[in-house]
Design a protein. Structure first.
Length: 285
């Protein structure tokens, strides 16, 4: 048949592209397992440089992978009783409502300014990770601030006391994470974890598990919005997401031995390098 060799070449190119996507997804899953929520912020730079996607194309693909991997972590946390599911649902509902506004803004901004904004957010997120790791290395308690939090656990019921200041703080957290989710394709762990640490008296294990639940729910909302808008590339997104889940599951047993402040600092340095490359690509063309 005429044209069969060319069609076969295109078919192999697609398969190679999907295998590469799965491999890059596995890297993100492993990073998530070893560094905790927030590690998925490297998904978009990997997609931009590894698969040549634009920011608008990479954002929903990254969210699909991070959302699926976070859902696995959230289910494990839920089985251990660590997820504050009412708080997670409330934050996620606000986030899902805000995500389409971020997606709409992303489509109105040119690719280069969007890359510069993402690079700025990446620098900020990695700075927080570096500072947290530095405090751990110095033996300082990360919860040392502990002013009067608006959201505290009822010691008798073991549930958060819902007050107007508490609802306002959690709603702001959800709105910001949802906006960034739609705009930049980030899960928002670097926003949610510091916010829950600041506004609640939850233990860190519960904060991380609750954050993973929020990321999974908000990412789902953003992926649905992107699919309805016709900007979700499932041929790239599906292998990348499957790779992320496999990478998370394979790296999880190693987390107890490898995870720690030094690894967090290495992740921060990698994030700064990615931010520099993104900004350079945007500014220098």
């Amino acid at each position: 048949m005429v044209g069969t060799p060319a069609a076969g070449s295109r078919g192999w190119a697609v398969i190679e592209h999907q295998l590469l996507g799965a491999g890059l997804g596995a890297i993100i899953g492993a990073v998530l397992a070893l560094t905790g929520a927030g590690g998925g912020i490297l998904a978009v730079p990997l997609l931009v440089f590894g698969l040549g996607l634009s920011m608008v194309e990479a954002a929903p693909v990254g969210l699909l992978a991070v959302g699926l991997a976070s859902a696995v972590g959230a289910v494990l946390g839920l089985r251990q009783g660590l997820v504050r599911y009412r708080a997670a649902l409330f934050i996620a509902l606000v986030g899902v409502a805000a995500a389409p506004f971020g997606l709409m803004l992303a489509h109105r901004l040119p690719n280069a300014p969007l890359q510069v904004v993402f690079a700025g957010v990446l620098v900020y997120a990695c700075l927080r990770i570096w500072r947290k790791a530095a405090k751990e290395l110095c033996g300082e308690a990360n919860g040392a601030h502990r002013f009067i939090e608006p959201c505290v656990l009822n010691p008798l019921q073991g549930r958060l006391r819902w007050t107007l200041p508490c609802a306002r703080a959690l709603a702001f957290t959800g709105a910001l994470s949802g906006l960034l989710s739609g705009l930049l394709g980030v899960g928002g762990g670097f926003v949610i974890i510091p916010a829950l640490n600041r506004y609640t008296n939850l233990r860190m294990a519960s904060i991380v598990s609750t954050s993973l639940a929020v990321i999974a729910l908000v990412s789902t909302g953003s992926v649905v919005s992107a699919s309805l808008a016709g900007v979700m590339h499932w041929q790239v997104g599906a292998p990348f997401a499957v790779g992320a889940v496999l990478g998370l599951l394979l790296a999880r047993p190693l987390a107890a031995r490898l995870a720690g402040p030094r690894l967090q600092q290495m992740f921060a340095v990698a994030g700064w390098a990615a931010a520099l490359l993104l900004a350079g690509k945007a500014l220098l063309g």
